[in-house]
Design a protein around this ligand. Structure first.
Ligand code: ZN
Length: 344
């Protein structure tokens, strides 16, 4: 089969012919991949940054967001059958630790991640434990099926509090920030204010439903948010940028007793005044990782199936599998939202 492989340490991927991974463990299923989409994590692995150097052991197939069809099952598989249309949670929980045993598999102590710790989804076939597969209706739109994993990140971040009637500030309009914008819109947020510096992403944020898009290089975010919210400040901050200044501006812009959900991953340690920005304002801070298994997936399925959230502007490129490098380059240049690869 064809696969996009990180062959050895260093920058880049190669498209290679590799064996179909049909040597299934009893609990695994083999999925023929229909579509896969490119994530920021794949870019880190492509670029071979510090995080990738510490976490990836080449040779390994990249990619983790996908949809496809189950074509073979291991001897003990009972949750899926041959022919099922599926997408997949990418965090493989151990099912043995306290977190897993108490219904919190998204914070499993022994997580294994597809495309990071084991072969991923930029390939014609992938083998995965049946536990992580999520069945979809046959007629579920395939391009949206392939981006349900990051969409789930957005849902998880948005839904720690009820957004209805709340003024929401979203820092960072990458694909997940834009998805969060669309979710906030769909669930009745009052004003949706997005901060972003890149022109391409500002447009995507507008198309996704942002009422105001502010550029921190041009505007003082804190005073603009106050102005837009009757001098009150935002009720809820959804931090999607992983940028220290954006987080600080976000916390400054929150009203007393507000909530911050933080999904953005920062490049390293950051410094901010926790006394004035969190403690004395009575802010609730939530760290968000992964998706709830499988509450988030159920919500994602229903929102897309019932066309409650418009993700059409967020998928900016649908490319042939062979054109994968074009997708990666567009994303690195900041000239793409989600890039979906047609594999089948
Ligand atoms: Zn666990």
């Amino acid at each position: 089969m064809k696969a996009i492989v990180k062959e050895k340490p260093g920058k880049g991927f190669k498209m290679r012919d590799v064996p179909v991974p049909d040597d299934l463990a009893p609990n695994e299923a083999l999925v023929k991949i229909n579509k896969a989409s490119i994530c920021g994590t794949d870019l880190h692995i492509y670029e071979w940054n510090e995080w990738a150097q510490q976490n990836i052991k080449p040779p390994q197939i990249a990619g983790h967001e996908f949809t496809g069809k189950v074509i073979k099952t291991g001897s003990n598989v009972s949750l899926v059958s041959t022919g099922d249309v599926v997408t997949s949670e990418t965090h493989i929980p151990c099912r043995k630790c306290i977190q897993c045993k108490t219904g919190r598999m998204h914070v499993c102590k022994n997580l294994e991640i597809l495309g990071v710790h084991r072969d991923g989804a930029f390939a014609e076939y992938i083998k995965v434990p049946e536990t992580v597969l999520w069945k979809l209706p046959e007629d579920f739109p395939k391009k949206y099926a392939s981006i349900m994993e990051p969409f789930g990140n957005a849902i998880h971040t948005c839904f720690v509090e009820n957004l209805a009637g709340k003024n929401v500030l979203i820092t960072g309009a990458g694909p997940i920030g834009c998805m969060a914008t669309a979710i906030a819109k769909a669930t009745g947020a009052a004003k949706i204010i997005v901060t972003e510096i890149m022109e391409y992403r500002k447009k995507l944020a507008k198309q996704s439903g942002a009422d105001y898009v502010l550029d921190p290089t041009e505007t003082d975010i804190t005073s603009s948010v106050k102005q837009l919210t009757n001098d009150n400040g935002a009720d809820i901050l959804l931090e999607m940028s992983g940028n220290e200044n954006a987080l600080i501006q976000g916390l400054e812009s929150l009203t007393n007793g507000g909530t911050a959900s933080i999904l953005g991953v920062f490049p390293g340690k950051i410094t901010f005044d926790i006394n004035s920005l969190v403690i004395f304002k009575g802010i609730k801070l939530y760290g968000i990782t992964g998706r709830k298994m499988f509450e988030t997936w159920q919500i994602a399925t229903e929102l897309i199936k019932n066309k409650r959230v418009d993700l059409s502007s967020i998928i900016t490129h649908e490319l042939k599998f062979e054109d994968w490098e074009k997708g990666i380059k567009n994303m690195l240049d900041g000239k793409a939202g989600k890039v979906v690869l047609d594999i089948e």
